[in-house]
Design a protein around this ligand. Structure first.
Ligand code: ATP
Length: 337
């Protein structure tokens, strides 16, 4: 569907060239919800602008469906863009036009006849839950409603790909959930491939199938959301996970915990395959007591992931044996200052 093969974008506007996208190879399958996550400056927006042909690649090839975007001329790009919908952080609605007028605009540009346009606009507004707001103006709508209009407009020309660039970053958590729910509906009911650009782990956790983690223009990790975030391999992926799941305590936090607890502190990983309850319930037989010191669990793609810090109390040999038992069912790390 969307294939990037060694794609690089270098900006040479300043004194030193900036490799905004650096040798990125990705394959975004048809019908997926694919997230690209990274901190500010990682190159996410540039990547999106390369996909819709608003920026030209410096090297590498990029195709969307069967159209080669890299190296294409403007008329070809214009045609390709009708197959790509786009929504933005700031909605980018025209304030002088009504809700219906905004959704109608791309249809008008594409030359749809008036009667078909009217029907299509109403259909789109119903789809996003704004059937009764056709005559309102954007300033009369909440942020979430504005983004719904943005989504309706992006779907007007029946694209097969929707690019959502920080589409929920200006919204509160509740509205974010509503908009993400709508993107899921777009994906499931219309079969549209959705690429979500974000710096928020929660957004990835709640809707994406696959994720690419970007840093300094490069994709540093890529894969199924659960696999990447339950076992992150790189520092940026670990940092994103730690925004929703408490990591193994380290540094000052570990020192504080060690000072407050006289037992042996371990951090255990919990997944939906971890039979932790069984081991914990048998600790008593081994004359080991335990306390849950801290931790947190998150649901990724409907599956559990998280870490718990446990304090184990008892004879050293009994505690050692308990740790060995825990190691049989999950990853265990000693909490060290
Ligand atoms: N038109 C441009 N000219 C020169 N440098 C640019 C241009 N656009 C982006 N850059 C640089 O490319 C790098 C990646 O920027 P980009 O906007 O793609 O990152 P991002 O991950 O989307 O971050 P943000 O969320 O802050 O937009 C940055 O160093 C940025 O300054």
């Amino acid at each position: 569907m969307v294939v990037l093969d060694h794609v690089t974008k270098v900006f040479r506007t300043g004194k030193t060239p900036v490799r905004a996208v650096d040798d990125v190879s990705l394959r975004i399958g048809r019908g997926q919800i694919y997230a690209i996550i990274g901190y500010s400056g990682a190159g996410k927006s540039t990547l999106v602008r390369l996909i819709n042909g608003l920026e030209s690649t410096t090297s590498g090839t990029l195709t969307v469906e069967d159209t080669t975007i890299s190296g294409a001329k403007e008329p070809e790009l214009r045609k390709a863009r009708t197959n790509i919908g786009m929504i933005f952080q700031q909605f980018n609605l025209m304030n002088s036009k009504t809700v219906a007028g905004n959704v109608d605009f791309p249809l008008k540009v594409a030359g749809w006849p008036a009667a078909r346009r009217r029907k299509r606009v109403q259909e789109l507004l119903e789809f996003v839950g704004l059937g009764s707001r056709a005559k309102s103006y954007p300033e009369q709508l909440s942020g979430g409603q504005k983004q719904r209009v943005g989504i309706a407009r992006s779907l007007a020309n029946e694209p097969s790909l929707l690019l959502a660039d920080e589409s929920t970053s200006a919204l509160d958590p509740e509205t974010t959930e509503e908009v993400l729910g709508l993107l899921k509906k777009v994906n499931e009911e219309l079969g549209i491939t959705v690429v979500v650009i974000t710096h928020e782990m929660d957004v990835v956790a709640s809707i994406a199938d696959r994720v690419a983690v970007m840093e300094n223009g490069k994709v540093v990790e890529e894969g199924n959301v659960y696999d990447v975030f339950s076992n992150p391999q790189t520092a940026p992926a670990r940092r994103f996970v730690s925004t929703t799941v408490k990591p193994t305590p380290s540094g000052d936090r570990a020192s504080e915990l060690i000072e407050r607890h006289k037992g042996y502190l371990v951090s255990v990983e919990v997944t939906d395959h971890t039979d932790l309850g069984d081991v914990l319930s048998k600790l008593g037989d081994r004359k080991v007591r335990f306390n849950i010191v801290e931790g947190g669990l998150e649901t990724l793609q409907g599956r559990t992931y998280g870490k718990l810090t446990l304090e184990l109390l008892g004879e050293i040999s009994a505690v050692d044996a308990a740790v060995e038992q825990l190691k049989l069912v999950t990853n265990v790390q000693e909490v060290r200052a």
